[in-house]
Design a protein around this ligand. Structure first.
Ligand code: NAD
Length: 429
């Protein structure tokens, strides 16, 4: 018998039903909390007296953003410069020393970062270290003051476990399967252009790329010729000869993707060439949810289409899976886009748009749940790599003002304290 089960289920059900979302609900609950404090002042005072025998002022309160100290940045291979240098900028701006661990898989970038970058930075503060899983495991035995990891959820768990041994805070920028809902009410060619662009960019090796499309069978039939048309327009009749289509990073990933091509039925593309690590922009249909292509992050130029009967069914499908890093919704109807936004959760959201939001420094990049924790980009990077230290500086004199806080307490001092507490900027006990 688990004493928490019922309570946790009840709360999860309420959250799932959207109880806590409306602004009115939040206001009501905060007002109720305020009433609790007002109505039960005496009760609470007695309780505090019983537990702790326990009662701040003119001065200046401020947040001091301080560097954590020694930061470790671990990066993946798919955007090997961007995903090392973007966090590095934030860590330097916030005043930290940094150990940078690029991916051992993107060997070209790893070599330049290790051999050339240190010539530009103060080597007493910044170091690039090399290695794969084993070396990184040894590196993680050391204490760091902050770790920002970008990579898979599997390795994210290893990083967090290692960080926990030193109580080191982490930002985990992870991956997963990003849904892309396409509504019946849409212009199929516009949707196909946008989806083709952001699915096959970098040969699909992008963490925020749409991993699969969700639509009705009717929309699938309208979308397929439009996707074929967009793929031909962007990459030509033979995409293998296109200078704009990337290649798969290595043989291991090529073999993994080859296996995924056997799921469902190939509707578009499907060709591959192992000698070039080439896989054509591919669309799969008749895919089952239990098949590997719907179980693991694809991270390649393959786009399965899963058919659903309705918007509600699509939302239920999304919500019974792990929270994705990104979620996309295409519709001519704003209400449909809004519903997707309100009834789901994801690290980021694109309404009738791909991952171009990544270029906006006003927006953070970060996952939620299984797709990660924490965020960076722009000002968020500075905040991520800074400890927000709460500070209060009081004047050394004016001791008279402190008298009411010192015991023994009486009716008058309690009234004075209650009055002082009614000012939100007043420094409290
Ligand atoms: P990965 O998790 O295999 O490797 C990432 C880093 O971890 C590499 O530097 C690697 O050397 C290190 N590493 C690997 N195994 C380790 C271990 N056992 N112990 C310690 N360190 C280890 O990821 P990847 O294959 O390089 O990148 C692909 C993944 O990254 C995808 O899941 C993708 O979605 C995700 N990703 C996320 C973002 C984001 O911003 N959220 C961006 C790019 C990629």
């Amino acid at each position: 018998m688990d004493p928490f089960e019922d309570t946790l289920r009840r709360l999860r059900e309420a959250f799932g039903a959207g109880r806590t979302r409306p602004a009115e609900f939040r206001t009501e609950q905060l007002q109720a909390l305020s009433r609790f404090l007002q109505d039960n002042k005496k009760l609470l005072q007695d309780a505090l007296a019983q537990d702790l025998h326990k009662l701040t002022k003119l001065g200046s309160a401020f947040i001091r953003k301080e560097p954590y100290g020694l930061v470790l940045i671990i990066a993946p291979w798919n955007y090997p410069l961007n995903l090392t240098l973007m966090p590095l900028v934030g860590a330097i701006a916030a005043g930290n020393c940094v150990v940078l661990k690029p991916s051992e898989i993107s060997k070209g970038a790893e070599k330049v970062l290790a051999e050339v970058l240190p010539r530009y930075l103060d080597q007493s503060c910044f170091a690039v270290v090399l290695g794969g899983p084993e070396e990184t495991g040894r590196l993680l035995e050391h204490k760091f003051d902050y770790i920002l990891f970008t990579g898979s959820p599997r390795v994210g768990k290893i990083i967090m476990t290692a960080a926990a041994k030193h109580l080191t805070p982490v930002t985990l920028e992870l991956g997963g399967k990003n849904p892309c809902y396409v509504d019946d009410n849409c212009d199929p060619q516009t949707v196909a252009n946008r989806v083709t662009w952001f699915r096959y960019f970098n040969a699909g090796q992008t963490c925020v790329a749409p991993d699969y499309v969700l639509c009705t069978p009717e929309t699938q039939e309208r979308l397929l010729p439009a996707l074929q048309s967009a793929i031909t327009r962007f990459y030509g009749e033979d995409p293998r000869t296109s200078p704009d289509l990337g290649r798969i990073i290595n043989q291991k990933h090529f073999q993994r993707l080859q296996a995924l091509l056997r799921c469902g039925r190939v509707a578009i593309g499907g060709q591959s060439d192992e000698s070039q690590r080439y896989i054509a922009p591919t669309v799969l249909v008749d895919v089952q949810e239990a098949e590997p292509v719907m179980q693991e992050e694809i991270f390649g130029p393959i786009l399965p289409i899963m058919t659903v009967g309705s918007l509600d069914e699509a939302i239920a499908f999304i919500n019974r899976r792990e929270k994705p890093l990104a979620l996309y919704a295409f519709s001519n109807n704003n209400q449909v886009v809004k519903q997707l936004l309100e009834r789901t959760s994801s690290g980021s959201f694109g309404g009738n748009e791909g991952f171009i939001y990544l270029t906006l420094s006003s927006l953070p990049l970060g996952g939620v749940g299984h797709s990660g924790m924490g965020k960076y980009h722009g000002k968020f990077s500075f905040d991520t790599f800074s400890h927000h230290r709460a500070c209060l500086l009081a004047p050394p004199g004016l001791e008279k003002l402190n008298e009411p806080r010192y015991p023994p307490y009486n009716e008058r001092t309690q009234q004075l304290i209650s009055w002082a507490l009614s000012f939100p900027t007043c420094t409290l006990l």
